[in-house]
Design a binder for this molecule. Structure first.
Ligand SMILES: [Zn+2]
Ligand SMILES: [Zn+2]
Length: 201
């Protein structure tokens, strides 16, 4: 009973010096765990725990639940007690599978949210929501391809800068993300000074 007395003394005393094995457990966490113990006893139709018995229970639960962060103690307890068969005792360890289930659900929720956000931000396959589409363009005057950037027709582009240049879905993109028409005849019309003056191709 020496250890229990020691522990009880440590938890009751106001002094900052505590035995090293409890120094990492805050008074808030200890009191939260004590509350869960009492609530559990209440659900089990047991009298509330007092004195050394409570201090011992807090110590047991503190060790059993050391992997559960403060803010998850309550939710894990709630979930574990909801599914518990109250004709049987409720051990502190029952919180662990409940805690892990909560973590898993949280991760799945975040992945779903992340996936949805990704879909939203890259809804334009032509410009990747940059607003501008680089398209390989053939210049008949110079007899060469070059890579001007066109204002996309999607919402990422200011209305005044949208250009009626249609990317065809059969075109491929090169390793720099530029759209490449299948042939010169599919190229956007060259707008260079020479072609404009000469009336284009
Ligand atoms: Zn676009
Ligand atoms: Zn040209």
């Amino acid at each position: 009973m020496d250890r229990i007395d020691q522990y009880a003394k440590a938890t009751m005393s106001e002094q900052s010096e505590r035995p090293s094995n409890t120094s990492s457990v805050s008074p808030e966490r200890q009191s939260a765990i004590a509350t869960l113990i009492q609530q559990t006893r209440s659900l089990s139709s047991l009298p509330l725990s007092v004195g050394n018995e409570l201090a011992f229970a807090v110590q047991t639960w503190t060790v059993a639940l050391e992997d559960i962060p403060d803010h998850m103690l309550g939710p894990a307890w709630k979930r574990a007690t909801k599914e518990h068969d109250w004709s049987k005792p409720f051990p502190a360890h029952a919180l662990m599978p409940a805690y892990k289930a909560l973590l898993l659900e949280d991760r799945e929720k975040r992945q779903t949210l992340g996936g949805r956000r990704r879909d939203d931000t890259t809804r334009c396959r032509y410009c990747d929501d940059t607003g501008y589409v680089p398209i390989a363009t053939y210049c008949p005057t110079g007899n060469e391809w070059y890579y001007p950037v066109y204002g996309c027709q999607c919402a990422a582009t200011p209305i005044s800068q949208r250009q009626a240049v249609q990317v065809r879905d059969c075109w491929e993109r090169d390793d720099r993300g530029r759209w490449v028409p299948t042939s010169a005849s599919e190229s956007p019309k060259c707008r260079c000074a020479f072609c404009l003056r000469g009336g284009g191709r």
